[in-house]
Design a protein around this ligand. Structure first.
Ligand SMILES: Nc1nc2c(ncn2[C@@H]2O[C@H](COP(=O)(O)OP(=O)(O)OP(=O)(O)O)[C@@H](O)[C@H]2O)c(=O)[nH]1
Length: 719
């Protein structure tokens, strides 16, 4: 059996691997990737296929673009691969290796195995790669992406060699282009190198400061219980009656205090209840990464049965993988029908033990305080099964249950200690706040010095108010606590600043709805003063939901960088009427994330702004400028009209693209390309740094120095 591989065959035929793979697929020959072996029989079939057709051969000029950064004037089929990964993942469909499902699992599996084996040795090998011999390393590491030349350096190879390899994989890349994970792995595979993507550790992530516990240090801790269920089924009454029965029995003389959670004792064992019933609080904490609940009590009124929120609560508890105990409440009521409740719950996979399932059902009357002991007993039973453990002898960490600003005491937060023991005087970072635990009060209003695992305590001493669901960690070193706390605070401020998303038409309505936007600030630029005025007065007349259009700046001429800076500073949208942004403005708009809208018809501007304010903006398509060409010379041909001898300065021009003729930053005409030629030939597209001849449909007033802007309408993916 012959051992020809796809890429070898491709090389022999002077074709790219992609072309060969595509052809094999066309011929219904199974193929995974460029490394797949092909039989003699297949070689024969391919030979026939390629010798018959000439289309593919035309595309194959593998040697040429390697030396230069810009690729040759390719056909549109080939040019698809020119930029394999402008944005990570966004072009994945276009990457050749993604066409072959069979390839990945095996390749990845091997990598993973290697990864494990080589774990921790990555950097060593990297250093090794600096050795004078320049051997190929065993493995390489990277964080996010690598450019072609960075990859070449890591592999100790010439950049040109990597570019060539990429080409044989059907990927056209320049040396400074970022490669995505798949491409990096493919190239490394070629050299038998393992590529490991390492995740950058966030130094101020609180998880990094939690103590790692050894199994032998862990001892049993109380369960943390949340009560959930439908409105009026008796959650609050149940919480109150548990507390009243148990607290008065145990801690005599305590004045119960609402701190968001309380602890009761039964048979010498403690149970902690979160006293914000309902799944909203439960889920909002969970959405912030806090998993506090160990057991969920699902309250169902015996006279009402399973209701919508009962089902929601079940789903939330299931999603959190928290065991559920069903409390069938209101058993004292006349219409109480516990069997119906059980029956209805079986539909949600909560099957009573009596019926062969494993869900515990407790019948009770919260109001009459009947069945409370049974419920507690069951909670203790489930806790035992769950083997809930923690180490009371380490620095505390846990979650904020609730927090507020108190006039007299400053920031007050209820913390649930999940591991370790919290002490008065501890240096602590809580979410993005920090401080020293000044005083601790338990759920009975008593001052305490220490709080062990599963204990809720209210603390003071933080510099700011944290948020419910925030994590907290105690530091042995106060200085470190302050540093981490300050860094987290700083990061939050920065995130807020960048997060304070600039207004964009796409999410304007959302912001209006949330009350974040009351005025829409606009910067208007137009070709002539008359248009500026007409546009401004029409825009001011838009009246939607009491939101005011506020024109903060107008001007005549191209959109300049200063317009963008102004818009950025005042959170404005820029409208260009018959004008374009110049290059600096374009760059500024990108970095400042300023929404720039370009129009040629006044009513379209009004329509768009109005639609955005009403939340009716059509989100499906947006215009994407694909390239620009500069007119260098004009040829007047009597039968044809004006041919613009042009040079593509940016991107590419395609014959089916829309085109605008721009003179001094002002749009003169918008229409379609009529003919696009290279020398005498009609072509489908012309790439950057190439000359071409262009005629525009129904438009001949072209002058030297004019700019053609080519654009296509592109569907935008929403997340
Ligand atoms: N007869 C009887 N009524 C009860 C029982 N438990 C609660 N109730 C009554 O049912 C009503 C609702 O009880 P809550 O405890 O407020 O119910 P909830 O589930 O907390 O309600 P929301 O807070 O609105 O979600 C009140 O009028 C209670 O007095 C019980 O065991 N028997």
């Amino acid at each position: 059996m012959s051992k020809t591989r796809v890429y070898e065959y491709a090389k022999k035929k002077n074709l790219s691997s992609k072309v060969v793979i595509d052809k094999m697929k066309e011929l219904n020959i199974e193929v995974a990737n460029h490394m797949s072996t092909i039989s003699q029989d297949t070689v024969q079939k391919l030979d026939n296929a390629f010798d018959g057709g000439s289309r593919e051969k035309k595309q194959a000029q593998p040697e040429k673009p390697v030396s230069g950064d810009s690729s040759s004037n390719q056909t549109s089929a080939n040019s698809k691969n020119k930029k394999p990964n402008n944005k990570q993942g966004s072009n994945s469909a276009k990457r050749p290796q993604n066409n072959q499902g069979g390839n990945k699992p095996s390749g990845k599996g091997n990598n993973n195995k290697n990864k494990k084996r080589n774990n921790g040795r990555a950097s060593n090998n990297n250093n090794q790669s600096q050795a004078p011999k320049k051997a190929t390393p065993e493995n390489i590491t990277y964080t996010d992406t690598l450019t072609v030349s960075e990859l070449a350096e890591k592999l100790n190879k010439d950049t040109a060699e990597i570019i060539k390899k990429l080409m044989f994989l059907g990927v056209m890349a320049t040396k400074n282009q970022d490669l995505d994970k798949d491409s990096i792995e493919l190239i490394c595979e070629e050299y038998g190198v393992t590529a490991e993507q390492v995740v950058e550790v966030d130094e101020i992530d609180l998880d990094n400061f939690k103590t790692e516990e050894k199994a032998e240090d862990l001892i049993e801790r109380p369960a943390v219980v949340t009560i959930m269920g439908h409105v009026d089924h008796g959650k609050t009454t149940l919480l109150d009656s548990i507390r009243d029965t148990k607290v008065t029995e145990g801690e005599a003389g305590g004045i119960t205090q609402h701190i968001g959670a309380y602890q009761v004792e039964d048979n010498g064992k403690k149970v902690t209840f979160l006293d914000t019933p309902g799944h909203a609080a439960f889920t909002s904490m969970r959405s912030r990464g806090a998993q506090v609940t160990d057991i969920a009590i699902l309250v169902v009124a015996a006279d009402d049965g399973v209701m919508p929120q009962t089902v929601e609560a079940i789903n939330h508890a299931k999603a959190a993988e928290v065991p559920i105990i069903v409390a069938v409440n209101k058993m004292d009521k006349e219409g109480a029908n516990p069997d119906r409740v059980m029956q209805e719950l079986t539909e949600h996979e909560l099957i009573p033990e009596d019926w062969g399932g494993d869900t515990i059902f407790v019948q009770l009357s919260a109001i009459k305080r009947e069945g409370i002991d049974d419920l507690l007993e069951m909670i203790l039973l489930v806790s035992e099964v769950e083997e809930l453990k923690a180490n009371p002898n380490s620095n505390a960490n846990g979650t904020v249950i609730e927090a507020q600003l108190d006039k007299g005491r400053g920031s007050v937060a209820t913390l649930l200690v999940q591991n370790g023991t919290l002490h008065v005087g501890d240096a602590i970072v809580v979410g993005n706040t920090y401080g020293r635990v000044r005083a601790m009060v338990n759920d009975l209003g008593r001052r305490v010095q220490a709080a062990g695992p599963s204990t809720p305590v209210e603390i003071t001493g933080l510099n700011e108010v944290p948020a419910a669901g925030d994590q907290f960690v105690v530091f042995s070193n106060e200085k470190q606590a302050r540093q981490v706390g300050e860094a987290r605070q700083q990061k939050q401020i920065e995130e807020k600043r960048t997060d304070k998303a600039k207004v964009s038409l796409d999410d304007l309505f959302e912001q209006i709805k949330q009350g974040e936007v009351k005025d829409i600030n606009l910067v208007l630029k137009a070709d002539v003063q008359g248009s500026v005025e007409a546009l401004a007065s029409s825009l001011k007349k838009i009246d939607v939901e009491g939101v005011k259009v506020n024109i903060i700046h107008t001007g005549v001429g191209a959109i300049a960088e200063s317009d963008i800076i102004l818009a950025s500073a005042s959170n404005a949208i820029v409208i260009g009427f018959n004008v374009r942004p110049d290059n600096n403005a374009k760059k500024a708009a990108e970095t400042e994330k300023v929404d720039v809208r370009l129009h040629r018809i006044i009513y379209k501007v009004i329509e768009e702004i109005e639609a955005a304010m009403k939340g009716m903006l059509d989100p499906e398509f947006e215009e994407k400028v694909i390239g620009q060409a500069e007119v260098r010379e004009i040829f007047k041909v009597s039968r044809i009209g004006t041919i613009a001898g042009s040079y593509v300065t940016d991107g590419k021009l395609t014959r089916d693209a829309g085109v605008r003729v721009i003179r001094d930053g002002v749009v003169l005409y918008e229409g379609e390309i009529d003919t696009l030629k290279r020398f005498k030939d009609d072509v489908k597209e012309v790439a950057q740094n190439y000359e071409c001849g262009i005629t525009v449909k129904n438009f001949n007033d072209i002058k030297e120095g004019d700019v053609f802007e080519a654009y296509v309408m592109q569907e935008i993916k929403r997340v």
